[in-house]
Design a protein around this ligand. Structure first.
Ligand SMILES: CCCCCCCCCCCCCC(=O)SCCNC(=O)CCNC(=O)[C@H](O)C(C)(C)COP(=O)(O)OP(=O)(O)OC[C@H]1O[C@@H](n2cnc3c(N)ncnc32)[C@H](O)[C@@H]1OP(=O)(O)O
Length: 212
């Protein structure tokens, strides 16, 4: 069985093994990004469709076939690509709303995001659960950036200020507010132009050695 190479860092607090859950990003095969993009498109098309029985049967057959093709390629988490490849849009995860144009300095990170039909709640607005999903992703990546030891979300406080539209390019900004020992405090906002859709405050706590 292949062994994953886990990175370790020294943080001066005896917590150097806290990165046991990290590993080098896997190599991304040619065409992988396009495959994930196809999954996103599929999710949006299914969410937007009211298919008849004949079409449902045809799509079910093709999707089942695709799942069977992928079954022999299944790997343990340490060797997977989806969600772990920062070089891919949305880190190669079709779960997370598509994020791109991310720019960052040590304390502020900005980027763009688009929720699809897959994320629709009602009346053109994104489902309320998809917004903490976005915030957990973008705050979590920032909290774990710059070689820091791994930290998990302790809480996310989300204020829904106005509706978040689907199928529209939005902007987010995330701030790394401060670190207090193992605790990393983050804030963020999601905007549709000048309008604030949602704001967030999150705490990420650095894991102790051996902590799952
Ligand atoms: C593994 C990560 C990999 C990252 C990969 C990079 C990309 C990832 C991108 C995506 C990233 C997505 C990331 C995800 O989605 S991670 C998935 C979602 N999160 C979880 O599953 C976390 C589950 N919870 C835990 O594991 C523990 O509760 C944690 C680790 C969070 C803390 O339990 P632990 O036993 O270790 O901590 P402690 O009790 O010694 O407390 C330590 C300090 O923290 C303070 N405190 C704790 N909780 C709270 C709270 N709720 N409110 C206020 N304060 C809180 C506490 O008062 C104390 O303060 P002080 O007394 O010292 O002042």
């Amino acid at each position: 069985m292949e062994q994953a190479t886990m990175a370790t860092v020294s943080d001066g607090e005896g917590l150097s093994s806290c990165r046991q859950n990290r590993r080098q990003p896997p190599a991304v095969p040619t065409g992988y990004a396009e495959m994930i993009e196809a999954v996103r498109l599929l999710q949006d098309r299914i969410a937007a469709a009211a298919p008849d029985e004949e079409l449902i049967a045809a799509v079910t057959r093709d999707l089942t076939h695709a799942a069977e093709l992928l079954a022999p390629a299944e790997r343990e988490e340490a060797f997977r690509i989806s969600g772990f490849s920062e070089e891919l849009p949305g880190n190669g995860s079709a779960l997370i709303p598509l994020v791109w144009d991310v720019v960052s300095d040590a304390s502020v990170r900005r980027g763009r995001v688009r929720f699809g039909s897959f994320h629709l709640g009602e009346n053109g607005a994104a489902h309320g659960g998809t917004i903490p999903l976005l915030f957990d992703e973008v705050l979590g990546r920032f909290a774990n950036s710059d070689g820091r030891a791994s930290a998990r979300t302790a809480y996310l406080h989300v204020d829904y200020r106005s509706v978040t539209p689907v199928e529209k390019d939005l902007e987010f900004v995330v701030r790394f507010e401060r670190e207090e020992g193992r605790k990393r405090y983050m804030t963020g906002a999601l905007r549709d132009g000048e309008r604030v859709c949602a704001e967030v405050e999150g705490l990420f706590v650095q894991l102790r050695p051996g902590q799952p």
